[in-house]
Design a binder for this molecule. Structure first.
Ligand code: GLU
Length: 447
């Protein structure tokens, strides 16, 4: 069968099978057409129906999570773990706690995670999980009770050689700590069962910073390839979680200026550059909203709505908030305002329409599965340290992260040149990530 016809058939099958999973269908639709030229050279993948098999998760677990709030009411949420692909290592990927979480979102995230993890060059499969639990305005004790109940069920399905969850939106060091404590209570002390652990009990130095730093390293290598650098570049950032915070930190360290950040209500514009100490205090210590920022920084401005509707000249955009935050019109605005590079700290923050605009207007585009792979890469380094019962220095981890991001950038660049158009890093990431997993699947007898 022709490659083009084959991928269309897979897409159509999934659309008929899962019409209520728009985010998953979008992630697949973004992926499939880009690998057609590669399939044309490798008909063995078509013969083995690799795409039919790879788009089907190996296993999905759904469970109820009952928990008690501070008023004594019994509440219930849905918990999930999507174990998507274990061809090259144990399932690996974060847990997301957010009211929008459902199977469509987790299948999109799990699907992307397969190729992202493959691109890191480290031995990790793809998975994702989480809950529709909303951590906003919950007390510490409520978070703890929820995490304990969630892990009571999840502990039956994970393990250092089986599935190693970590954080994502709504799950940081505090939540991982509670989840780890409950796992230990039910099973045994096994550091390798979760990553993103606090430093005091087997976490890795540099893990918190890794996704944000990694996204900036990706752009740094892309710029270096063009004899350019972050020096004096103006950068738009969305989000204010740990991806955004550490992306901003690294931009400033490399001589650029990040002038925005956002939460789900609005965004801050600080023409002097985001004050990181203040931002960290608001988000990490006070766990408060961004409206606090302008109360303490008189030159900064706060606006409701999306930061991508802000008319502001800039050189680089780093979307670090969530999926589908940049649509076609917002992408047009970025291009019109002079943005030359978009690198995704978040997972699938650009719609397919937006990606078309980037490619049409010559905006260099680093897709999430390449640009934000630094987080999961350092998670894999945390697994290595846990196995060795050793802790590496911050410098050692950071240097490895930088090397991994350089390698990912070069792999995307070279693969794009070989199979797609020059600078089409989305195609490069998809093909390179896919090839390794597909070969492993065939070698293992398609299991
Ligand atoms: N949630 C992160 C991601 O989207 C990190 C996952 C991990 O460290 O396992 O890649």
């Amino acid at each position: 069968m022709e490659a083009k016809q084959y991928v269309e058939q897979i897409q159509q099958y999934l659309e008929e099978k899962d019409p209520n999973q728009p985010e998953f269908l979008q992630a697949v639709e973004e992926f499939l057409p880009t690998i057609v030229p590669f399939l044309e050279e490798h008909p063995e993948y078509i013969k083995h129906n690799i795409l039919g098999i790879i788009t089907e998760p190996e296993r999905m677990i759904q469970f109820r999570v009952p928990w008690q709030d501070d008023q004594g009411n019994w509440r219930v949420n849905r918990g999930y773990r999507v174990q998507f692909n274990s061809a090259i290592g144990p399932y690996k990927g974060g847990l997301r706690f957010h009211p929008s979480v459902n199977l469509s979102i987790l299948k999109f995230l799990g699907f992307e995670q397969i190729f992202k993890n493959s691109l890191t060059g480290l031995p990790i499969g793809g998975g994702k999980g989480g809950s529709d639990f909303d951590p906003k305005e919950k007390s510490d004790a409520e978070i703890m009770r929820f995490c304990q109940s969630f892990m009571t069920e999840l502990s039956k399905h994970i393990g250092p050689n089986l599935d190693v969850p970590a954080g994502d939106i709504g799950v940081g060091g505090r939540e991982i700590g509670y989840l780890f404590g409950q796992y230990k209570r039910l099973r045994e002390y096994d550091a390798g069962v979760l990553t993103g652990k606090p430093l005091g009990f087997n976490g890795s130095l540099g893990r918190t910073e890794a996704t944000g730093y990694g996204a900036v390293y990706f752009v740094k290598h892309l710029l270096e390839d063009r004899n350019d650098s972050f020096e004096d570049k103006t950068v738009l950032v969305s989000g204010s979680g740990n991806v955004a915070i550490y992306a901003i930190e690294k931009v400033h360290e490399l001589g650029g200026k990040a002038i925005t950040c956002s939460d789900s209500n609005g965004y801050v514009y600080d023409k002097d550059g985001i004050d990181l100490d203040l931002l960290k205090d608001i988000k990490e210590v006070r766990r408060a909203r961004l409206t606090e920022y302008v109360k303490e920084r008189s030159n900064a401005e706060y606006y409701e709505g999306s930061v991508w509707d802000f008319e502001q000249a800039a050189d680089i955009a780093l979307p670090c908030a969530t999926q589908n935050e940049i649509d076609e019109a917002k992408a047009e605005r970025l291009a019109a305002n002079g943005v030359k590079v978009v690198a995704e700290g978040a997972n699938m923050p650009s719609t397919m329409g937006a990606v078309k605009v980037y490619h049409g207007k010559g905006v260099l585009y680093g897709p999430g599965k390449a640009a934000n792979a630094g987080g999961v890469a350092v998670s894999a380094l945390e697994m290595s340290q846990n196995s060795q019962r050793l802790a590496w220095t911050k410098e050692e981890v950071d240097q490895k992260l930088d090397e991994i991001m350089k390698n990912i950038y070069e792999t995307c660049r070279d693969t794009a040149e070989k199979y797609a158009e020059k600078d089409n890093y989305a195609a490069g990431a998809n093909i390179a990530g896919f090839a390794k997993v597909a070969d492993a699947m065939i070698a293992q007898g398609l299991v």
